[in-house]
Design a protein around this ligand. Structure first.
Ligand code: KG4
Ligand code: ZN
Length: 357
C-alpha cells in the first residue's frame, strides 16, 4: 500500500510517500529563513508560503519517486494541532487530490505522527511512553495503540523548544536558537546546580519552562561578557565561531540543556507510576538535542526499557511521519471523508475515523 503524507501545520511544507517496506521518497520546503527575519513564525506568511510551495513540491515528489497519482492508495494529511491557515492549505490540497482521483483520505494528529514515526524502521510495541518535545509542545503520552493515546502531562506555558529558542535569542544566536544552543553546549561543561528543574516540586506530570527562561535572563544580566553575536541565518559565520565563543556561554548552554533534559526525565519517571510501558519513545524537534538524547538514553537503561528516537531528519516536522501514520491507520481499516476539517491549536482532535467500506 502506497500512502502520500502531507504536513503543513507550521512553517515546514513536507510531502512524502511511504509504503509497507518503508520510506519511498520525501520532499520538503522550509520557511525558516523568512520567519527568522521576524524572530518567530508569522502565521499569515506561513500559510501563503505553503500555498506557493505545495503544488510544485507534489510534482517534485512524483518525479523523484517515479510514481503517478494513480499509484497512491491513501492520502494522509495533518489536520491539527497547528496554525489554522497553514493546516487549511494542506487539508484543502489533500481533499482536492482525494476527490479528483478518488483516493481515500485520512486526517492525522500531528502529535501522534511525531511519536509514531519512531516505528518506521523498527515497529513500536505498545503500550509505550511517548515523550514529545517540540517547538510548540511538551507532552507525556501513554501510547496504547496508533489511535489510542492518553496525555498525562503537558506544558502549562513554554514548550521545551521555546525555552531553548528564548535562551538562544538572548545569548545572541539566530532564530530558532535550539540547534545552536546545542552546538555551544556540547563544547561546555555542565554545572548541575546552575539552573532550576522548574515545576518539579509538586506531584503532577505537567511542565512549566517559563521559569528557566527567567533564570537564564538573570544569569545573563550578571554575565554580560557571555553575549554572542552569530550572524543571521543564511549568512556565513567563521567555522570556529562556536569553539571561540565565551567559555561561560558554553558552560551555561550545557547546564541549561542539562537541566531541561533532567526535568523531562523527572516527570517521565513519575508517569511510570501510572502504567507500565514496553518502551520509551522520544520525538519532536528537541529530541534532536544531544543532552535530551543522552539523558533519556541513560534513563531508559536505568529502567531496562528500549528507547526509540527517530533519526534527526524525522524529528522535526516532515511529511514522512504523516505518511507513516497514515499507513498504520489505513492498515487498521480507518479513513475520513470529504467532511474532514483542519483543527487549530487548542481544539481537541477527535477519534472520528470512518471504517473502510
Ligand atoms: O518539532 P519541530 O520541528 O516543530 C514543532 O512542531 O514545533 O520543533 C522545532 C523546535 C524548535 O524550537 C527548535 O529550536 C528545536 O525544535 N530544536 C532543537 C534542536 N533542534 C531543533 N532544540 C534543541 N536542540 C536541538 N538540537
Ligand atoms: Zn511538530
Amino acid at each position: 500500500m502506497l500512502v502520500l503524507g502531507i504536513e503543513t501545520s507550521c512553517d515546514d511544507t513536507g510531502l512524502a510517500l511511504v509504503d509497507d517496506k518503508g520510506l519511498v521518497s520525501s520532499v520538503m520546503a522550509s520557511q525558516v529563513e523568512l520567519h527568522a527575519l521576524f524572530g518567530g513564525v508569522v502565521p499569515e506568511l506561513a500559510s501563503r508560503e505553503h500555498a506557493r510551495f505545495i503544488g510544485p513540491l507534489f510534482d517534485k515528489l512524483l518525479a523523484e519517486s517515479g510514481k503517478t497519482l494513480a499509484d497512491i492508495d491513501r492520502i494522509a494529511v495533518t489536520r491539527g494541532p497547528g496554525l489554522l491557515g497553514s493546516l487549511l492549505v494542506g487539508v484543502a490540497f489533500a481533499k482536492s487530490l482525494s476527490l479528483a482521483a478518488d483516493i481515500p483520505l485520512i486526517g492525522i494528529n500531528h502529535l501522534h505522527a511525531h511519536l509514531l514515526v519512531a516505528g518506521l524502521e523498527n515497529p513500536l510495541t505498545f503500550p509505550a511512553l511517548g515523550i514529545l518535545v517540540s517547538g510548540g509542545h511538551t507532552h507525556l503520552i501513554q501510547m496504547n495503540s496508533p489511535v489510542d493515546m492518553k496525555v498525562w502531562g503537558k506544558t502549562l506555558d513554554d514548550a521545551a523548544g521555546e525555552a531553548c529558542d528564548k535562551f538562544g535569542k538572548i545569548l545572541g544566536l539566530p532564530y530558532p536558537g535550539g540547534m545552536y544552543l546545542d552546538k555551544l553546549g556540547q563544547l561546555g561543561s555542565v554545572d548541575k546546580s546552575l539552573f532550576p528543574r522548574p515545576y518539579t516540586k509538586n506531584e503532577n506530570y505537567d511542565f512549566s519552562f517559563s521559569g528557566m527562561k527567567t533564570a537564564a535572563s538573570l544569569w545573563l544580566e550578571q554575565h554580560q561578557n557571555a553575549r554572542l553575536s552569530l550572524p543571521p541565518l543564511g549568512q556565513k559565520y567563521a567555522d570556529d565561531f562556536f569553539e571561540k565563543a565565551d567559555e561561560e556561554a558554553k558552560n551555561a548552554s550545557a547546564s541549561y540543556l542539562y537541566a531541561m533534559a533532567d526535568t523531562l526525565v523527572i516527570k517521565a519517571k513519575r508517569v511510570l507510576k501510572e502504567f507500565s510501558p514496553t518502551c520509551l519513545v522520544a520525538a519532536g524537534g528537541v529530541a534532536a538535542n544531544s543532552f535530551v538524547r543522552k539523558q533519556l538514553s541513560d534513563f531508559a537503561q536505568e529502567i531496562h526499557l528500549p528507547l526509540y528516537i527517530p533519526k534527526h531528519k524525522f524529528c522535526s516536522d516532515n511529511g514522512i511521519m504523516v505518511a507513516y501514520t497514515g499507513l498504520l491507520l489505513a492498515k487498521m481499516g480507518l479513513r475520513h471523508d470529504e467532511n474532514l476539517t483542519a483543527l487549530a491549536r487548542g481544539k481537541p482532535i477527535p477519534n472520528d475515523y470512518l471504517e473502510m467500506l
